[in-house]
Design a protein around this ligand. Structure first.
Ligand SMILES: Cc1cc2nc3c(=O)[nH]c(=O)nc-3n(C[C@H](O)[C@H](O)[C@H](O)COP(=O)(O)O)c2cc1C
Length: 316
């Protein structure tokens, strides 16, 4: 195995440890706010109150962070996924559309975060290709909001998972489980032979590949094999008392016969989709995909900082 493959394997193994997502911030010598997304946040000591974060030495702002006297850590809520993407994507002015204020040290604290820790720098430790910043907490606060979570290079939305469980437990509703399957920036849509309408593959349960009545069974019949799928949307259709649960997944390869069922993001015939909810969901998917909101953090070794899923193939 090459060194690069080994590093990738290690990164995958490390990614199986679920974390929250934070934004680490400070003011530079010109009092300009700086910040980056970090999931390396750790509580270190209660007395004295110490926390730590790790910053990659190849970070654009490493010079400021390596001599920083104060910094703050804001723990993002699940509504703040876009903020995580902003602070992990190269941009000179990440604070442009972000609400923030200062607490004790002047370091920016992101408004609406689940918790924040305002710190004096206690220690900067040299650790391989990263620096460990140990902060002495001088002020902090927390709220009961649900934190954004990160696992295996994907954001996990606990609120959505809970909504799905509730939908499945509701005996008064029918459940439809569907999937947005992406291959090479194209999405899988099946065509109703009678009406010509396009719809997402779906079934009454997620199931498994050997269950022909389940979504995974339906996909297998279509020769689509998915390794990992992520919850994307859960909503109700009150007219026919239906709970709809949609997953998203990426496939690396599709058989020649199935390729025609994949529609390019830029040329999707939205008017042929079977219903408005599918149109809204697909538009949202394409928008988030273009914003790289399902981005995979693969570190600085690759050319991108958050790399597009399709170029890493790590989550499928
Ligand atoms: C969920 C997530 C967690 C991350 N955690 C860290 C981290 O702990 N340390 C780090 O240096 N970079 C981390 N990154 C990457 C940085 O946020 C990203 O490389 C950023 O662009 C660095 O900004 P800078 O180069 O402008 O300083 C993470 C990215 C994501 C999406």
């Amino acid at each position: 195995m090459s060194k690069q493959d080994k590093t990738r394997e290690l990164r995958l193994a490390l990614g199986s440890f679920p974390t929250g997502v934070t934004v680490v911030t400070c003011l530079d010598s010109d009092n300009k706010p700086l910040g980056f997304t970090a999931n390396s946040f750790t509580s270190v000591s209660l007395d004295p109150k110490l926390i730590s974060i790790c910053i990659d030495k190849s970070s654009f702002n490493i010079d400021s962070f390596s001599i920083v006297r104060h910094f703050a850590v804001s723990v993002l809520s699940e509504e703040q996924q876009a903020i995580s993407t902003t602070f992990a994507t190269p941009n000179k002015d990440r604070f442009k559309n972000i609400d923030w204020d200062s607490k004790n040290t002047g370091s920016p604290v992101i408004t609406g975060s689940v918790a924040w820790f305002d710190c004096n720098t206690e220690q900067v430790i040299n650790a391989g290709d990263h620096l460990i910043l140990v902060g002495q907490v001088v002020a902090f606060d927390s709220s009961p909001k649900t934190p954004l979570m990160y696992l295996r290079g994907n954001y996990v939305n606990l609120g959505l998972e809970q909504k799905m469980r509730l939908a499945m437990e509701n005996e008064n509703t029918i459940t439809v489980v569907g999937a947005l399957i992406e291959w090479q920036k194209k999405v899988l849509l099946l065509k109703d032979k009678m009406s010509g309408e396009l719809y997402f593959p779906s079934a009454s349960r997620l199931g498994h590949v050997d269950d022909v009545l389940s979504l995974l069974g339906v996909l297998k019949k279509l020769n689509i094999s998915i390794n990992e799928h992520y919850l994307f949307s859960v909503f109700e259709r009150p007219e026919d008392k239906t709970s709809l649960i949609y997953y998203r997944a990426q496939v690396k390869e599709v058989s020649i016969e199935s390729q025609d069922d994949f529609y390019d993001f830029d040329t999707i015939p939205f008017d042929q989709l079977s219903d408005e909810a599918s149109r809204i969901m697909l538009k949202r998917y394409i928008k988030e995909r273009k914003l790289n909101a399902f981005g995979i953090f693969v570190g600085k070794e690759s050319e991108g900082k958050i790399e597009a899923i399709s170029t890493t193939n790590q989550n499928l």
